[in-house]
Ligand binder design. Sequence first.
Ligand SMILES: Cc1cc2nc3c(=O)[nH]c(=O)nc-3n(C[C@H](O)[C@H](O)[C@H](O)COP(=O)(O)OP(=O)(O)OC[C@H]3O[C@@H](n4cnc5c(N)ncnc54)[C@H](O)[C@@H]3O)c2cc1C
Length: 379
Amino acid sequence: MIELSAPRAITVDAAARTIRCGGGRTWAEVDAAGQQAGLAVPGGTVSDTGVGGLTLGGGVGWLTARHGLTVDNLLSAELVTADGVRRHASADEHPDLFWALRGGGGNFGVVTRFEFRAHPVGPIVQLGLFFWPIEQGIEALRFIRDTVMALPPAMGAMITGLNAPPAPFVPPELQLTPGYALVVAGFEGPEQHADVVAGVRSGLPAAFELVSPIPYVELQKLIDPGSPRGMLAYEKALYVDALSDEVLDVIAEYQPQKSAPLSITPMLPLRDAYTAVSDDTTAFGGTRTPKFAVNIATIAPDPELYATERDWVRRFWTALAPHASSTGGHVNFMADYDEDRVRAAYGAAKFERLARIKAEYDPGNVFRPGANIRPAVDV
Ligand SMILES: Cc1cc2nc3c(=O)[nH]c(=O)nc-3n(C[C@H](O)[C@H](O)[C@H](O)COP(=O)(O)OP(=O)(O)OC[C@H]3O[C@@H](n4cnc5c(N)ncnc54)[C@H](O)[C@@H]3O)c2cc1C
């Protein structure tokens, strides 16, 4: 256990559009600091996740279509490697290590400082959240899929199987009932977003909606209440090239079978800026063709419900697997870390390159948390 909570300053350079922060900071802290200068680094979708783990695994969030993964915006990292040496990794210094840090997880050392490229975002962005009851199953899923496929470039989107939150904007009779949600996040101003909202309203009216301008920092906290602390959690992810009718049939069959109110199936489109980076630029496991990351996740309050729901996650994932372009999924959305799964997440070539870099910087496998990459033995 390495203590990283001691605050190191978050430094925003508004002119250079960079943000530097310590390895133990959260996205809520980085978002708040960046917005003081109207800037943001593409992070995740839950604000109290750490910058460290999310970045090192890749990092998918609302800004992925506009500015790529978190690792696509990493400019440099300062880290302490297994030999106790403080190193600086960037495109020019230890470029192999820098490549590995951009997706290879916490395998290569303790990152004490990240430096990111930041982008003008907000401070006000446009939110559209729409919910359809589970009974509208395949009809709702096809409509949501078609809407997402027609979104303007760079708009953030998430399709989710979930229970409606007990929030003031949800009619009382629908609170905690299961269904499908579409969330669209617009960063280019109200007009473009209004067109998308109008299309949803006229295409398949939702049971309820929340459409509003919203501060960027609040968008980043939108789904925080869905992941309370102290719960038992399990998840399994994969990639599909498209939400084909066959994929949607599987989702419509399995999503209604969940039991825990907080179990959730987010499906994140990876497109636009995500595809502007070549496969080999970073160690991130997913190829850079357009696709959806499908993450089946349970959050349960007690061991009994957890066991039932973990079984649901596994059955759902197994049913989707034949339709997957990669069953490896994003390491950030992985709970079972056996070597076959980790290798599948990266693909053989990247996994082997990571293992060679691991052998150079951590031959004793000191850093072996989570998705461990063991050092290659032939180095
Ligand atoms: C509620 C929730 C929502 C999430 N949403 C998203 C999302 O939208 N997008 C996304 O991409 N991922 C998401 N994730 C996954 C998340 O990115 C991973 O769980 C990630 O590992 C969390 O990192 P952490 O630093 O918060 O956690 P920790 O438990 O602190 O760290 C996890 C691991 O990361 C490594 N690590 C962390 N910090 C450092 C460091 N400074 N140096 C070296 N290694 C380090 C270590 O190996 C550590 O064991 C979510 C997770 C949760 C729980």
